[in-house]
Design a binder for this molecule. Structure first.
Ligand code: KG4
Ligand code: ZN
Length: 338
C-alpha cells in the first residue's frame, strides 16, 4: 500500500510517499527555519502563510520523486494534531482536497505517533511492544507503545519540553534559534564537569520531567558571570548543561523500562538527534542487554516519511476520516483531546 503523506504541524512543510509503512519512496521537506530565526522562534502566522505557499509544490515533488501521479497512491495521510492550529489546518485542508478529488481514503495521523514511526523506517524489523521516549520542541513523554495504535503515556514534562529547554539555554548562550543542534555541537568541544548544575526530578512521579529549574540555573549562572565581568566558556557550559538534561531523560526512561520490564527502548522527536542522548542510551541498553533504536538523523526532525509510516498502521486499524476532519492544536497521544 502506497501512502502520500503530508506534514505541516510547525515550521516544515513536508510530503512523502511511503510503501507499507516501512519503505520511503520519496521524502521532501521545505524548512522555514531561516525566516523564523529572525524572530528567535516560530511565528505562527508566518508559518501558516509559508505552508500555503509551499504545500502544493512539495506534494508535486514528492509524487514526482516516487515516479507517481496522484492516481497511483492508495491513500492520503496528514498530521492533524497536535501543533500550531493555523499550520495544521493548511495540511489538513489540502489533504482533504486531494482525497476528495482523487477519491482516496484520508488517514489522520497524530504528530507524536508519527515521530515514533520514524523508527519503523530505520528499523524494518521493529515491532511493538516497546517503550519510547519522545522528546521534541513541544513535548517530552515516556510512552508505552503496546501496539501501533495503542499507546499509553507513562510520564511527561511538567513544564518545558526537552527541546525547548535546549533552545532556551542555547539562546542564553548566544546561539541562534533553534539552538538545540548548535548547543549539541558546542558541547562536543567542552568539559561536561566544568559547571555543577541540578538534576531536577518530580516528587512522587519518577517518570515525569521538569526542566525549567535547570534552564533558570544556566540563565542565572550567565547573568552572575556577566555582572562580575567573568568570561564563561560556552563549550564547557553547553557540555555541562547537555549532560544534566540527558541525565534527567535517561534516569526516568531507564527507570520506567526497569519497572515495566521493557526490553526494547526507542527514542523519537527532534531531540533524539542529540549525540549524547544517543550515546548514553545506547550504552545503558547495551549494559542491560536491551535493544536500543533511534531514527536515522534525517528522520528525527519533522518530516512526512514518518507520517506515511504511521498512517499505514492507522489504516490497518480502521482509523480513516471523512470530509469532517478538523485540525486540533492539543491532543493526547492516545487520541483524547487535551
Ligand atoms: O520534533 P521537532 O523537529 O519539532 C517539534 O515537533 O517540536 O523537534 C525540534 C526540537 C527543537 O527544540 C530542536 O532544538 C531540538 O528538537 N533538536 C535538538 C537537536 N536537534 C534538534 N536538541 C538537542 N540536540 C540536537 N542535536
Ligand atoms: Zn515534531
Amino acid at each position: 500500500m502506497r501512502i502520500l503523506a503530508l506534514e505541516s504541524s510547525c515550521d516544515e512543510t513536508a510530503a512523502a510517499v511511503v510503501e507499507d509503512g516501512r519503505t520511503v519512496l520519496s521524502n521532501i521537506v521545505a524548512s522555514q527555519v531561516e525566516e523564523h530565526r529572525l524572530y528567535g522562534g516560530v511565528v505562527p502566522e508566518i508559518a501558516s502563510r509559508r505552508h500555503c505557499e509551499a504545500v502544493a509544490g512539495v506534494t508535486r515533488e514528492a509524487l514526482a520523486g516516487a515516479g507517481m501521479t496522484l492516481a497511483d497512491v492508495d491513500a492520503i495521510a496528514v498530521t492533524y494534531a497536535p501543533g500550531l492550529i493555523g499550520a495544521l489546518l493548511v495540511g489538513v485542508s489540502f489533504a482533504k482536497g486531494l482525497a476528495l478529488a482523487a477519491k482516496k481514503p484520508l488517514i489522520p495521523v497524530h504528530h507524536l505517533r508519527s515521530h515514533i514511526a520514524a523508527n519503523y523506517v530505520t528499523f524494518p524489523d521493529l515491532r511493538p511492544p516497546f517503550l519510547c521516549l519522545v522528546a521534541s520542541g513541544g513535548h517530552s513523554h515516556i510512552i508505552e507503545v503496546k501496539d501501533y495504535t495503542d499507546l499509553r503515556v507513562l510520564g511527561r514534562t511538567r513544564d518545558d519540553a526537552a527541546g525547548e529547554a535546549f533552545d532556551k539555554a542555547a539562546r542564553a548562550m548566544g546561539m541562534p534559534y533553534p539552538g538545540g543542534v548548535a548547543l549539541d555541537r558546542a558541547a562536543e568541544e567542552g568539559d561536561d564537569r566544568a559547571f555543577t548544575l541540578p538534576r531536577p526530578s518530580v516528587d512522587g512521579a519518577p517518570y515525569d520531567f521538569s526542566f525549567s529549574g535547570l534552564k533558570t540555573a544556566v540563565i542565572n549562572l550567565l547573568h552572575n558571570a556577566s555582572q562580575k565581568g567573568r568570561e564563561v566558556s560556552v563549550p564547557d557550559l553547553a557540555a555541562s548543561y547537555r549532560r544534566a538534561v540527558v541525565d534527567c531523560l535517561a534516569r526516568s526512561f531507564v527507570q520506567a523500562a526497569e519497572d515495566t520490564g521493557a526490553k526494547t527502548l526507542v527514542i523519537a522527536g527532534g531531540v533524539s538527534a542529540n549525540s549524547l542522548l544517543r550515546r548514553r542510551l545506547g550504552a545503558e541498553c547495551e549494559k542491560r542487554g536491551w535493544r536500543f533504536c533511534r531514527p536515522e538523523l534525517s528522520l528525527c526532525g519533522d518530516n512526512a516519511a514518518m507520517v506515511g509510516a504511521q498512517a499505514y498502521y492507522e489504516f490497518l486499524a480502521g482509523n480513516t476520516a471523512d470530509m469532517s476532519l478538523n485540525a486540533c492544536a492539543a491532543m493526547d497521544i492516545s487520541g483524547a483531546q487535551d
